[in-house]
Design a binder for this molecule. Structure first.
Ligand code: F6P
Length: 342
């Protein structure tokens, strides 16, 4: 058996742990061969591959990024994209594929599965918004990084009696904002799932100052003000049609200054949340996903995705996982109202 592996979309801590798990189990248990497809779907389209064997995955468990490279190339936007990918698989003698990606990369995988390509998906994204699984790896690392940043910002906010706004990633879902905001003791948490009232946020800022404490406000990049427009850096879109986010933090800090008369500053955490070494939890989850992906290929259980449910690693139909993205339930979000402005 010859198995291709690719990592697509934005990078994410834990990708190398998945690749290592796949190759170690596939080679050591089944004597399979592996082919690394470079830069996600770009390598599949352009037939750019690298050999993937046990020596090449030694020492990568703790490394951030992906040794295979990643891209946001969308083959469905390229003429004959699917046919070109199938040709690469034929030329390279690849019998099955393991596709590690978020909803966009896995969406392409579903199209290929519909066309008869034998593949298994592995969900990854720091945003934690892929359906069908309780968690994606990368999320825990991003939350740890964001929480540490919030901890640090509390002391500088207090010293200057300023409001500090922390903008975290989260295009459609506020998982990072909620987890890091709660763990970091934020005075307000703003998420894409619930439009916010800027007047109410300013009220929380003032009430926090009245307690002789400085507010730290966590805002997900995809959060929107009520009856407002999404605040974006520019209007350019990637190949999956997503605008480039970031800007809401600066906008909010300006509004806070204007409406409350208090000084406000913004910290945009951006790609810091995706970089560097994965946490132990992410290494654990990513390794188990890699091992499970090999088991799925062995069983011929194609068109599935690895997932974690509770503490079990399971497989779910890829189509089912992609049907609904995982959003922060409002009942969960509302549990933390008690901390806002206090
Ligand atoms: O999809 C994960 C993510 O980290 C989002 O939270 C963020 O909006 C996006 O990637 C950024 O993408 P890029 O690295 O392509 O700018």
């Amino acid at each position: 058996m010859r198995v291709g592996v690719l990592t697509g979309g934005g990078d994410c801590p834990g990708l190398n742990a998945v690749i290592r798990g796949i190759v170690r189990r596939g080679v050591q248990e089944y004597d399979w061969q592996f082919v690394g497809i470079v830069d996600g779907w770009r390598g599949a389209l352009e037939d750019v591959t690298v050999p993937l064997d046990v020596p090449s995955v030694r020492g990568i468990l703790t490394h951030g990024g992906t040794i295979l490279g990643a891209s946001r190339t969308n083959p469905l936007r390229t003429e004959d994209g699917i046919a070109r990918i199938k040709r690469t698989l034929d030329v390279r003698g690849i019998d099955a594929l393991v596709v590690v990606g978020g909803e966009d990369t896995l969406g392409v995988a579903q199209r290929l599965a519909d066309e008869g390509v034998r593949l298994v998906g592995v969900p990854k994204t720091i945003d934690n918004d892929v359906g069908g699984t309780d968690y994606t790896f990368g999320f825990d690392t991003a939350v740890s990084i964001a929480t540490e940043a919030i901890d640090r910002l509390h002391t500088t906010a207090a010293s200057h009696r300023r409001a500090l706004v922390v903008e975290v990633m989260g295009r459609h879902s506020g998982w990072i904002a909620v987890h890091a905001g709660v763990a970091g003791g934020a005075s307000a948490i703003l998420i894409p799932e619930r439009a916010f009232d800027v007047e109410q946020v300013c009220g929380w800022v003032l009430s926090r100052f009245q307690l002789r404490r400085a507010p730290v406000i966590v805002v997900a990049e995809g959060a929107v003000p009520e009856a407002g427009q999404l605040v974006v850096r520019d209007e350019s879109r990637d190949e999956y049609g997503h605008v480039r986010l970031s800007g809401i933090g600066d906008w909010l800090a300006d509004e806070i200054e204007r409406r409350t008369g208090k000084q406000a500053r913004t910290t945009v955490l951006g790609h810091v949340q995706r970089g560097g070494t994965p946490t132990a939890n992410d290494r654990w989850l990513a390794t188990r996903f890699g091992l499970q992906a090999v088991a799925a290929v062995w069983d011929g259980d194609f068109g599935t995705m690895t997932a974690v449910r509770g503490t079990d690693i399971v497989r779910v139909p890829l189509r089912e996982a992609l049907a609904t993205a995982k959003r922060v339930p409002l009942e969960l979000y509302e549990e933390f109202d008690v901390f806002f402005g206090t």
